[in-house]
Design a protein around this ligand. Structure first.
Ligand code: AMP
Ligand code: MG
Length: 406
């Protein structure tokens, strides 16, 4: 089994993505929709701004009256934001106006307050500058016109998008929901939290990591706890969790050890794969699907499970949540140290620290030990250098990097 041929990363990812259908759309209040992908086109039902208003505190005037500025105009009223203008501006007149207030009838320009001098009793104002029609006037529909497409279907909602939707009166939006993803750690050696360690025991590091990666990826993580290396128990937890979740992440037990029961549990789902992926770390990967819900059997070593999540689970979950760009950005960087390696048929993913150099280029250095149990190097890293099969990369050479937290 350990001699199984290595499967190229892209082929494995393609196969997984093809097996993960988009989640059934749901309607969410704007407050819960950040980062979600819209399902429908949204059309403005009214203009934004809904009425012509002033961009400045000052005086609403007829521009023609200011042609020979300075000129003294009679102040006929005050228009504040939040109500209709009660006055109309006639020849030789002006209205005091506050930012956001409707332009009163008759006026076609606003003179900012800094360019005016009111009389002592405020009954007149001297306009010190010539205004042109439209000065400091925000027209109705400037931002969005009624009937205009506010947002295409398939938009990933960022903060400004939520504001746009709010500004046309949309309070709930149809999106692909956040995937509910169960996280289960398996292994007889695992202990949770601060409990005393017995002989041969280690603490479960994978659950907190994966739950956090899920939150960062816009998913809803569900903590399924830990299970021992017992096939029946793992099978029962997986079976129950699939009733409630859209996908599962199970760590440990997918390699070729004697107690690797996660692989056997995944094997019995409707559809399943087990790969030795041509990558290091994160070589073994078991994936099964039941009713369109993927179960990822990730390797137990903390760095391997994180890299496997990045390479396979995160893109699949993003696809399920409707994203079209499912991969982390990849950019070219300069190797500030050599990344030596030997040909072994695998792509090596080196934990690196990427920083911008004075030359305007991205530079990378190793973030520490590269063994798959060295979580501290993963914690120090902000990128993975993708060192292709071959002799490695010399100092000063170019290397592609995947940015983990751009
Ligand atoms: P496995 O994939 O089950 O063969 O585990 C590979 C290595 O990862 C072993 O050294 C395990 O003890 C370790 N490991 C498995 N699960 C976890 C976990 N949740 N947290 C930390 N280390 C783990
Ligand atoms: Mg194990």
């Amino acid at each position: 089994m350990s001699g199984a041929p290595l499967a190229p990363l892209e082929r494995v990812r393609h196969e997984i993505l093809s097996a993960c259908p988009r989640l059934v759309p749901t309607e969410l209040p704007l407050a819960d929709a950040l980062g979600c992908v819209t399902v429908d086109e949204v059309v403005a039902v009214h203009d934004v701004p809904p009425f012509a208003n002033t961009a400045m505190d000052g005086y609403a005037v007829r521009a023609v009256d200011t042609a020979c500025a300075p000129v003294e105009l009679r102040v006929i009223g005050l228009v504040a934001a939040g109500a209709a203008a009660q006055c109309a501006v006639g020849a030789g007149e002006a209205a005091r106006i506050m930012t956001g207030a409707p332009i009163p009838a008759g006026a076609d320009a606003v003179v900012m307050v800094e360019r005016t001098r009111p009389s002592a009793d405020a009954s007149t104002v001297t306009i010190e500058t010539t205004a042109l029609p439209g000065d400091h006037v925000r027209r109705a529909g400037d931002d969005l016109a009624a009937g205009q497409v506010v947002m295409e279907a398939g938009t990933t909602l960022r903060p400004a998008h939520l504001g746009l939707l709010a500004s046309v009166g949309v309070s709930d939006v149809r999106v692909s929901p956040r995937a509910r993803v169960g996280v289960l750690s398996t292994g007889d050696e695992l202990v949770s939290g601060a409990a005393a360690l017995g002989p041969g025991q280690i603490r479960d590091a994978n659950r907190p990591v994966l739950l956090a990666l899920l939150a960062e990826s816009g998913c809803h993580g569900v903590d399924l706890g830990m299970a021992p290396d017992k096939e029946a128990i793992i099978a029962r937890v997986v079976d129950q969790a699939l009733g409630d979740c859209d996908a599962l992440l199970v760590t440990g037990g997918v390699s070729v050890g004697d107690f690797d029961y996660v692989k056997s549990v995944i094997d019995k789902l409707e559809k399943s794969w087990w790969w030795q992926v041509a990558v290091r770390p994160a070589k073994p990967l078991a994936v099964g699907v039941r009713s369109g819900k993927p179960v990822f059997g990730l390797p137990g070593n903390p760095v391997s499970s994180m890299v496997s999540f990045e390479l396979f689970a995160r893109p699949a979950l993003r696809r399920m949540m409707g994203h079209s760009d499912v991969l982390r950005p990849e950019v070219e960087a300069i190797a500030d140290e050599a990344f030596a390696r030997r040909p072994d048929g695998k792509l090596h993913l080196i934990r690196v620290v990427a920083t911008w150099g004075d030359d305007g280029r991205l530079h990378v250095r190793s973030a520490g030990g590269q063994a798959s149990h060295i979580l501290s190097a993963m914690a120090a890293a902000n990128a993975l250098a993708l060192v292709p099969d071959g002799p490695g990369i010399d100092v000063g050479g170019r290397v592609k990097v995947m940015l983990l937290n751009p």
